[in-house]
Design a protein around this ligand. Structure first.
Ligand code: SAM
Length: 291
């Protein structure tokens, strides 16, 4: 079974990038009345305690969300994200609860929208089910103890033909990279007008390097627009003097059929993310789009 638990990483720089994009995309998609389906292929536990043992052990939120929470004059997309996370906490002064993608999405959805959550880890599935039960969301939210790459197929196309697919695997197994590409390829054939958002780690591994290039090829072949945003917080080189656990240096979000508003929002937000989340002088960002 997998050993990855998102609780160690909740609120880190990768979550900041991913969840800022998620909030911005959803805020655009809910402008239209027609029902929206959000499919989260790798949901995690849904809610995380930043004062819990897992988060304390890693301290990743301290170098991620918590830096933003202390900053002022944020770009609008960052402010919306920070405000949404704060809304899960009783006091604006201290963030104890960090919402994962299922709770961020659910908070923004309307009563007639639908949320499908896939989570394969039995413990995280149980935690997710318990957290969602508190919402009394009824038929709005479905939780599936299934493989998200495969399970997605049966929901495409969605009834009102409007959907956002968030694909955020842990990439613990090398084959996840290829499965992401196969899943998006298949999904575009079933439902070409959906919005697809894929998070991936930027690490020294050929599959990770190839992933955005392969997704770009898929989008181009299907004649669809795409957007690619990356955030680097530190050098990927491990020196003898660096920390015991080097941690993830950078990550990216690749979107197919992104809302037209996303590029402008990220153009403002990414330089600020870089500045606020930098861990050394190698911090950087990139933003490219087509279509
Ligand atoms: N999307 C979540 C968020 O932003 O809050 C975090 C998800 S975490 C990076 C990846 C999750 O996918 C883990 O909880 C892991 O147990 C789960 N997982 C791994 N392989 C899976 C699969 N094939 N199908 C569904 N879930 C899977």
């Amino acid at each position: 079974m997998f050993s990855y638990r998102h609780a160690f990483h909740a609120g880190n720089h990768a979550d900041v990038l991913k969840h800022t994009v998620l909030v911005a995309v959803l805020q655009h998609l809910i402008q239209k009345d027609a029902a929206l389906t959000v499919l989260d292929t790798h949901a995690g536990a849904g809610l995380y305690r930043l004062d819990g043992d897992y988060a304390h052990a890693s301290g990743e939120a301290a170098e991620g969300f918590l830096r933003l929470a202390q900053a002022s004059a944020l770009a609008p997309a960052l402010q919306e994200y920070v405000d949404l996370v704060r809304s899960f906490n009783a006091s604006a002064a201290s963030t104890k609860i960090y919402p994962g993608s299922p709770f961020i999405a659910q908070r923004l959805l309307r009563a007639h929208d639908r949320l499908k959550l896939f989570e394969l880890h039995p413990t995280d599935h149980r935690l997710l089910a318990g957290n969602v039960a508190q919402l009394e969301a009824g038929r709005q939210v479905a939780i599936l103890l299934e493989d998200g790459f495969e399970g997605l197929k049966k929901f495409l196309p969605p009834p009102a033909r409007r959907a956002l697919v968030l694909c955020d695997p842990s990439y613990e197994i090398k084959s996840d990279y290829g499965r992401v590409v196969d899943m998006v390829d298949d999904a575009l054939r079933r439902f070409a007008t959906g919005t697809y958002a894929v998070w991936y780690p930027i690490i020294a591994r050929q599959e990770a390097h190839d992933l955005p290039r392969r997704l770009k090829q898929l989008a181009t072949k299907a004649g669809k627009g795409w957007l690619h945003a990356t955030l680097t917080v530190k050098s990927s080189k491990i020196t003898p003097l660096s920390e015991k656990r080097p941690g993830l240096p950078a990550s990216g979000m690749f979107l197919i059929n992104p809302p037209y508003t996303l590029h402008g929002a990220l153009k403002e937000a990414l330089p600020q993310m870089q500045q606020l989340l930098a861990q050394d002088r190698h911090a950087a960002h990139s933003l490219e789009a087509a279509g």
